[in-house]
Ligand binder design. Structure first.
Ligand code: DGL
Length: 264
């Protein structure tokens, strides 16, 4: 029997769509439910307790809608709430994500790596543990990026404000000799084209969207939960204004999509 239950994917806003597109490409036979918590964005400036509460409410909603697995398509939510959700739902496969320190430390030639992420991620104990574990001799320079998420939420991927902010955030990393930049927030992959304009071409950009999609596939396969299509659907939900998300879907997802309202 084909498994027709959907996979629940969520983020504080539209950032997780950068992960969702990798999941859609990797797992074309799965139905997906995406929830953007736009009514509570940005997570990067909220307390861990607040984020944990939001993640519990969202996970409950997705599981009630029949999700067979959850993906925290958000580095900030992972830092604050992945352990909590795994404890609450030990039977549910949960894939979470964190900045790609390990692959970046392996890839750098200059020995200096930059991390662009939210304040919340960079301040978290989970991020400190990640550095302890994988940075080794590599110098890791962190750069919080307040304000950037809001530009991406507005669908502004290369306007003057986004350019100015991003330019200001990458400049100190380049000045320190970084040859590898980690996109440690799921919103930032949408800025790859602009980043490529702003930084020298021999600097590598690393994010973990594709790795998360592969990890999800492995987990589903191991539990016998892989879907077999072909009647797949992709649903979109937001806790913010529906029209706001509908407006940016063509820019960020590539097509007009109806969006449902989540009031939890
Ligand atoms: N997209 C999120 C992340 O990966 C956080 C954005 C926010 O601050 O809400 O960290």
């Amino acid at each position: 029997m084909a498994d027709v239950a959907p996979i629940g994917v969520f983020d504080s806003g539209v950032g997780g769509l950068s992960v969702l597109r990798e999941i859609r490409a990797q797992l074309p036979n799965e139905s997906l439910i995406y929830l953007a918590d736009c009514g509570h964005i940005p997570y990067g400036e909220k307390t861990p307790d607040y984020i944990r509460e939001r993640c519990r409410a969202i996970a409950d909603f997705l599981l009630v809608r029949g999700a067979k697995a959850l993906v925290l398509a958000c580095n900030t939510a992972t830092a604050a709430a992945a352990a909590d959700l795994r404890e609450l739902y030990p039977q549910v496969p949960i894939v979470a994500m964190e900045p790609a320190v390990k692959p970046a430390a392996e890839a750098t030639r200059s020995g200096v790596v930059g991390v662009l992420a939210t304040t919340g991620t960079l301040k978290s104990a989970r991020f400190a543990a990640l550095l302890d574990r994988f940075a080794g001799d590599v110098r890791v320079i962190t750069q919080p990026c307040p304000g950037l998420v809001e530009r991406i939420e507005a669908g502004d991927l290369n306007g003057p404000q986004t350019r100015a902010l991003l330019g200001r955030y990458v400049e100190p990393l380049l000045a320190e000799g970084c040859d590898t930049l980690i996109l440690g927030c799921t919103h930032y992959p949408f800025l790859r084209p602009l980043l490529r304009e702003l930084i020298p071409e021999d600097i590598s950009l690393i994010d973990t969207g594709a790795a998360v999609a592969r990890q999800l596939e492995r987990l589903l396969q191991a539990r016998g939960l892989l879907g077999e299509g072909p009647a797949v659907r992709t649903e979109f939900w937001t806790s913010g204004p529906v029209e706001g998300l509908e407006k940016v879907m063509p820019v960020l997802w590539g097509s007009d999509e109806p969006v449902n309202s989540f009031s939890g």
